[in-house]
Write a protein that binds this ligand. Structure first.
Ligand SMILES: *Cc1c(COP(=O)(O)O)cnc(C)c1O
Length: 422
């Protein structure tokens, strides 16, 4: 459920008309609904109420400070994958004691920064990384809290670019090596082995693979506990999918129930469950507001050329993803739909937001809302074609605030320097 609905014939985010936001702040602009963010977080939290748990929002899904602060106020932690995300999470008021650090390529300076801040857990993805963390911790004369990210070799049935739990993927430590690597980890005096972690992929539309992988991981956890390893955390990753078009992903309730049932089968475990949801919290809490610049047709196709492009929302170009597109001004009831490609100004044929999409007739100058753009939208945006990155707006009831300004032209070369011989 989200809070983007027509009132009369105008599309609103909560109590604010999207046309008004576009009028005031221009396009392309991301608009986030705070009520939707809170609702999704709340539902997820409740679904896991039967077990001790911590929800670490995946910052890469949406790293805007206002979004992070909204979740921080609700008690969320953060799952980070870089030093930049660490500082963003802290700045938004997420305590270090609720931050877990994932990712295959943590740099020494990032590890040191996270250690100094005293984060909850490093999710370690290789023996080399384990050694590096141990060494940095030793240099800083502290103990690094670690979990091993295991790769359960489970097919999550999602787009190959976002499937992470298969044997062939770069992520995690193969399950059958995990015991051995735990032994190694226990041998470092500067490491404190505290957990076990897995994350098999994103936009998962059935609980089966999730439950299967959690099952493998809990078995391993049980085994380690029996051997006296002092585990406290079971991190089951993120990945729950959302509805972009006609998918029927499990609800957070289904997911929570499946996880709780599975855990209960193992009896009392002294483990706090950590989850790392991103998309399911933020995806349907945001839209990308864009204006139609031109209509054009060639012999084969009708095009709507809009002012948002692949640099603003990469998902359609990168994964062939579907995003619903709604006119901000609702057309009459009995209009005939036409098949259009919604494309941006970028000089790539891969620059599209929708292809062969049945849409009501849309005039030049009209506003469109690209739906479900709250996760992996702005956070994946770039300056390609020297386009200015979009503004971001947060709505709460009948208030709205600009929570990131649209970039200015001077931002494009702010970090460039002249070569002295030019
Ligand atoms: C991206 C990522 C997530 C979040 O995935 P969603 O599909 O957005 O829930 C969680 N954990 C890790 C390690 C990730 O890389």
């Amino acid at each position: 459920m989200d809070h983007f609905d027509y009132r009369g014939d105008d599309l609103f985010c909560e109590g604010v008309s999207l046309a008004r936001i576009a009028e005031e702040l221009g396009t392309p602009t991301y608009v986030y609904s705070q009520a939707t963010l809170k609702r999704h977080y709340g539902v997820f939290d409740k679904a896991l109420a039967a077990v001790p748990h911590l929800i670490c929002f995946s910052v890469k899904a949406n790293s805007n400070g206002a979004v992070l602060r909204t979740l921080a106020r609700m008690g969320a932690g953060a799952d980070i994958v870089s030093g930049g995300e660490l500082m963003r999470a802290l700045r938004a008021g997420i305590p270090a004691s609720r931050i877990v650090f994932s990712g295959v390529g943590k740099r020494e300076d990032e590890i040191a920064a996270a250690l100094k801040q005293k984060i909850l857990l490093f999710n370690v993805e290789s023996t080399s990384e384990l050694r590096t963390i141990a060494r940095v911790a030793e240099e800083l004369q502290c103990k690094a809290p670690v979990a091993l990210r295991v790769n359960p070799d489970v097919d999550p049935g999602t787009h190959p670019y976002i499937a992470t739990g298969l044997r062939k993927s770069k992520f995690g430590i193969p399950l059958h090596h995990a015991r051995e690597v735990y032994e190694q980890a226990l041998g470092f005096s500067s490491l404190e082995v505290r957990g076990i972690d897995c994350h098999i992929g994103s936009q998962l539309t059935s609980v089966g693979p999730l439950v299967e992988s959690v099952g493998h991981v809990v078995e391993l956890a049980q085994d380690l506990l029996a051997r006296g390893v002092n585990l406290s955390y079971l991190d089951i990753g993120g990945g729950l999918g959302i509805r972009y078009s006609d998918e029927t992903p499990p609800t957070p309730d289904d997911y929570g129930a499946a996880v709780v049932t599975l855990l209960k089968q193992f009896g009392q475990l002294p483990l706090t469950v950590i989850t790392e949801p991103g998309r399911v919290i933020a995806g349907n809490a945001g839209v990308l507001l864009t204006r139609v610049l031109y209509r054009k047709s060639n012999e084969q196709k009708e095009f709507l050329v809009v002012d948002a492009a692949m640099n603003d929302l990469l998902r359609p170009s990168l994964y062939g993803s579907f995003h619903g597109i709604q006119p901000v001004r609702r057309p009459g009831e009995r209009v005939e739909l036409e098949l259009v490609d919604v494309v941006g100004p970028v000089c790539e044929s891969g620059d599209f937001l929708a292809q062969e999409r049945p849409m009501p007739p849309v005039a030049e100058g009209a506003l469109l809302a690209v739906m479900s753009a709250g996760a992996y939208g702005w956070s994946m945006s770039s300056n390609y074609n020297s386009r200015l990155r979009a503004a971001e707006v947060l709505v709460s009831e009948d208030r709205h605030a600009l929570v990131r300004c649209r970039e200015e032209v001077a931002d494009l070369w702010r970090h460039e320097r002249d070569a002295p011989w030019l």
